[in-house]
Design a protein around this ligand. Structure first.
Ligand code: GLA
Length: 724
């Protein structure tokens, strides 16, 4: 049984394979958090202590007992207004401006299926139990149901919240977090993944300090700047040892992840939608659902924590045909020719690709409206037949005749002012009446909080996908939201949330209608890289930066929370278009191959030697793709501090492994670097497929292999091991 309720003590225990999560409804009906960590069977309420603390108030029900204070006790869903002065997970404003919500335990239910969140992405699967805990504020007529899902095999718990105004006056939800974790003690570091366009998900590790530290987004999308995946790691935790907790938000809009050490060195971690521009009116009879957060604990370091999330995402978030299937090797027209192409050029690219073993050609931005650069035509999803020199049906037919699959780029959420759609429906663009809007990439955002707009875009895109008979779609989103306003809404404080519901509804309709299509998410590369998007698109273009050396770091940061199968990764031309750096074809291949692999360059410009290398890479990719898709991923170095980037993937049986090493820095007369492998069987004997050398798993893991960087920059190695 994954969920156990101890009636006498009123203690709830959620057990996964290796972990336990506990909470208790106490004598006043407050839901206190008791424990999250390595699996235990004892009730942990003995950990709670009571002591009269100055300036920490006491609930009225506690009478003269000054030792009971919610300012000190660990809580499951802390509310503003009950005398807890730490970060609240929930803030409710009444019509008169008060914040006096007080939630008490009313009851619970255990279900033998995973709860559902209407309109929102969520972890799914068979054999997932749900615990619903009902809390109530009688005065406000408000019911708050905390939802917990237990994914035992993956050591993952999910949390969400359902809020119902059952019988009260209108209230405004001013903050609704999805998860809160309180720790009674411990020295922890907060690991976050910050970045910028074309340099996403750098890892930062900072000790948790007194006061609040937070990362988040107020952009209406998760953003390049901070990822909605964070880790709280014990200060001595490493890749392979120590305790750590991960929280990943299954949501693609504005968010906040905050951590706080309080006056008694207790720590609180909260994840949820951003409070900024959020004020959700809830009338009597209405219900609000918070997005889901996925939580995991590892007693064996950050590597193991990543494995939990990788598995959960691959098995319980990604859907559709490509969930478990090797993705076709693609070539994308963007860095090959940008806006400068016609139908013949795309067919030419397909023919060249066919000769190299590439399986899919993607026509990126520029095929619709009058789009010759990024200043016009978004919203006009009509094929530019003049530019292509033929209809989309014809182009698709010609591409399919080369033996390749055909893919296309779209950016459904946007509109250019220079477009037919904007001229017809300026009110469909988000702008605040009377205020000139903020432009981003010279485009505006469509009001996806308005179902009529979503419905119109659905029809247009659907038409294109049918005409093009496409096997792949890249769904882009190239600016952050500003001027949040919907002509449809009677209250603007809910628009950011409703916008995301609009995006998800379009994704749901299109992915359901075209289940055989491979969907790739994108937002100027990895600006919306989160579990929410992965529910609809099993891969996301990891970054607009295709430089192999930068990519080692970007993919390293991404790997903490997301599997390799989720990272779109391409070989591009040199000098690299983002950095000007020159790396050899081999190194570019080694780096791109540890993701959903493809090319992004003019194949016509390759010389014979490069073509030979591409053929070799495609063959190698086909050989290792199942391993990359299903295997366990290990980070073997820290490319932000080490001269080498090194990582490996091992299959579940520990029979096959691929270890990749890239030299990030070179100096004269370099010391030898030793790369220690992980995840192998200690007693097993492994043969290096290229050199034929045989090593024991124990030697490879305890001593490692020497990597001698001789003359030349950015060299790389791929070591394919097979157990004998
Ligand atoms: C974004 C994407 C790129 C490309 C362009 C097209 O920047 O990340 O890969 O598709 O848009 O405009």
């Amino acid at each position: 049984m994954a969920i156990i309720f101890d009636e006498e003590r009123q203690v709830f225990s959620l057990h996964t394979k290796n972990t336990t999560y506990q909470m208790m409804a106490d004598r006043y009906g407050y839901l206190l958090h008791l424990y999250y960590g390595k699996r235990v069977d004892d009730p942990m309420e003995y950990m709670l202590t009571y002591f009269d603390r100055g300036f920490s108030g006491n609930p009225y029900d506690a009478g003269r007992d000054r030792t009971y204070s919610l300012d000190v006790l660990p809580q499951e869903f802390p509310v503003l207004g009950v005398g807890d002065y730490r970060s609240a997970a929930f803030k409710v404003r009444e019509e008169n401006g008060c914040y006096g919500c007080d939630l008490r335990y009313k009851g619970h239910r255990v279900l033998n299926e995973k709860y559902r969140l209407p309109g929102l992405p969520a972890v799914y699967g068979e054999q997932i139990q749900t615990l619903e805990i009902l809390l109530e504020d009688e005065r406000l007529g408000l019911e708050v149901t905390l939802l917990y899902g237990v994914i035992e095999e993956c050591d993952i718990l999910t949390r969400s919240v359902k809020i119902q105004n059952v019988s009260g006056e209108r209230v405004y939800l001013e903050k609704v977090s999805s998860a809160c974790l309180d720790f009674l003690y411990g020295r922890y570091d907060f690991l976050t993944f910050y970045g910028r366009h074309a340099m996403e998900r750098n890892r930062q590790r900072m000790p948790v300090a007194h006061g609040k530290q937070s990362v988040g987004s107020t952009r209406g999308c998760s953003g390049h700047q901070y990822n909605p995946f964070v880790i709280l790691a014990h200060s001595d935790a490493t890749e392979s040892a120590g305790e750590c907790y991960g929280v990943s938000f299954v949501y693609s809009g504005s968010f906040t992840a905050e951590v706080e050490a309080d006056q008694f060195n207790q720590i609180r971690l909260i994840m949820g939608i951003s409070e900024e521009q959020f004020s959700y009116p809830l009338e009597r009879g209405e219900t609000f659902y918070a997005p889901e957060a996925a939580l995991s604990y590892s007693a064996e370091g950050l590597g193991e924590l990543s494995h939990h999330f990788h598995r959960c995402i691959r098995e319980h978030i990604c859907r559709g045909k490509y969930k478990d299937q090797v993705r076709p090797v693609l070539v994308n027209s963007w860095e090959a020719c940008y806006f400068d192409f016609d139908g013949d050029a795309i067919v030419r690219l397909a023919k060249q690709a066919a000769q190299l073993g590439i399986e899919l050609v993607v026509m990126d931005d520029g095929w619709f409206g009058r789009r010759e650069d990024d200043n016009s035509s978004l919203g006009d999803w009509d094929v530019n037949e003049g530019k292509l020199g033929c209809s989309l049906q014809e182009l698709s037919k010609r591409i399919h005749e080369t033996g390749l699959q055909f893919g296309i780029w779209i950016e459904p959420e946007m509109v250019s002012e220079d477009s037919e759609l904007y001229r017809r429906h300026p009110e469909w663009a988000m702008q605040i009446p009377g205020k000139p809007p903020v432009r981003g990439r010279n485009q505006l955002v469509l009001d996806f909080a308005n179902p009529e707009v979503v419905g119109y875009i659905y029809e247009k895109i659907r038409d294109v996908l049918i005409q093009g008979n496409v096997e792949y779609v890249k769904w882009d989103m190239n600016r952050s939201l500003a001027d949040v306003f919907s002509g449809r809404a009677d209250w603007q404080g809910k628009v950011l949330y409703d916008y995301m519901l609009g995006v998800y509804s379009l994704l749901e309709r299109l992915t359901a209608e075209f289940p055989d299509v491979l969907w790739e998410g994108c937002s100027g590369g990895g600006g919306r890289f989160d579990m929410g998007m992965l529910f609809y698109t099993p891969q996301i273009w990891c970054s607009d930066n295709t430089d192999a050396i930068d990519r080692v770091r970007i993919q390293y940061g991404t790997s903490f929370g997301y599997p390799l199968s989720a990272m779109g990764s391409h070989v591009s031309a040199v000098p690299n278009h983002q950095t000007g750096r020159v790396t050899d074809m081999r190194t570019r291949g080694v780096v791109a191959m540890t993701g959903a692999f493809g090319y992004e360059l003019d194949l016509g410009k390759l010389d014979e030697e490069e073509k030979r290398q591409v053929r070799e890479q495609v063959a190698m990719y086909h050989k290792v793709a199942p391993l990359l898709l299903h295997g366990r991923y290990y980070r073997l170095s820290d490319p932000f501090t080490d001269a080498l980037g090194a990582w490996m993937v091992v299959d579940e049986e520990k029979k096959h492994a691929l270890c990749s090493v890239v030299c990030l820095e070179n100096h004269a007369n370099m010391p030898v670097a030793y790369v220690r492998l992980q995840g192998l069987s200690r007693n097993g004997k492994y043969r290096d497929q290229e050199t034929g050398k045989v090593y024991s798993g124990a030697a490879l893991m305890s001593c490692g292999i020497p990597v001698l960087t001789e003359f030349g920059e950015y060299r790389s190695w791929q070591i394919l091991l097979e157990k004998m």
